[in-house]
Design a protein around this ligand. Sequence first.
Ligand SMILES: [Zn+2]
Length: 481
Amino acid sequence: MSSKLVILHIDGVSANTLRKALDDGDMPHLRRLMETEGYELHRYRCGLPSTTPFAQAGIIYGDNSEIPSFRWWDRERGVLVQFGASSTFKKVADKYFGGCKPLTRDGACIAACYPGEAADDFGIAYQDRSYGRQPKSRSAAKVLAPYLANPIHLGDWVWQTAAVFSRTAKDYFVARAEGRHPAAPYVAMDLGEEIFVHHLTRYAVIKAMHEGYSPIYAGFYAFDETAHAFGPTDPSALRVLKHVDHTIAKVAGARKGRYELLILSDHGHIETIPFRASSGKAFGAVLAGLLPGYHVKEAHGDEYGSAEKEAIGHLTATMSGGAAHVYFTDEARRMSHRELTARFPQLSDTLAKLPQVAMLMLRDGEQDVFVTARGEVRGQAIKPFLASYDEPDVLYEQLARLNSFHSAGDVVVLSAFVDGKQVNFENQAGGHGSIGGEQLHPFVLARKEWGLDLSRVRGAHELHPVLVDLRDRLASRPRPG
Ligand SMILES: [Zn+2]
């Protein structure tokens, strides 16, 4: 019988994290669903950067080119593009996704980074705590009022938020007492809000199923937020997976034989240590020290060096986990390695020799230039160095693709692992966005009978055609008899 499709996006959960949660009994509902309905766990590759705006664009539109990071500098428009609470993507959105056939076209796209040509988004956008911005968006009142009017929802939310709040506060103080440094900005309030939005999103998904939309795509971000604050292996992050498990059970229970359910993540998460904690200085301060007379701005951070108006030049560093893009913002196009070395002969070598830095990525015409502490190599010659991070052939291809983006920084800096943790350019205990470990290996949970083959997927944009094909196959399944 023809089926509609609902896809749950569980942000930041790597395939290994999910496997472990299932094995440890932390997700009993999901485990039962897998056993009784023949689901299998696929480990796929999200590509680079391993961050939500990139991976989700790939999944929804099949095109994530020119999305080099969570934040970047658009040289042409002179705009700092960013997602999250004060998203500026709309200022450049017209440059993206032309000619794409989105996975969510005419369906419902809830709490995603992009509208995905959906018929409805139920008023909830990705970390954009405002409602009703998209033309096809519902107003806040239309979603919130019926949600809050139901005492069961309200009780559920208040109880769970209070529980998360108190446990998180306890975790925070225990971590502090043990000499660890959880990322304070993410703690408590943010998590309470995450759980609220999580519940609201779940409510919207079930409402969209009642109203018969297909496909439905919905993003859940509480695990990712908690993993940034405490690290992905911390008990608080694993506790959030229990909420996720509960949500999966609720959505599975609402299928009523009309919907098929697929669950996926966009990237993984690894344990990290903030750059400042490792080096004693902010990354922006290091850059300002290397470029006297320059004004250095950390996107989402502080400013360093000369005052903006008096400076001889301007730099913006956009940071996302273990990757930083450095832009000379006075330039109208990406500087080549040759130009950069002519103007700043010591810059790339000095940066590459920092203990917090693994390698720099620059470009000369069509050629990729990599600089490590051992010196400069071009093209495939970097592969032996990559072997300690992942499969070198795949990783090289992923890096070269990112380096081909015009929107990439003049210098792309990838951080090193120090004492088993990746240096994070943001103030986070867990992170993603770069290379190394589970951040590059998210999951797809699908029924075996669908026969999905994700072994050749080397980036989230290559998952798109597989999901579009599944959506269409389910929709056209012949009715029995
Ligand atoms: Zn994240």
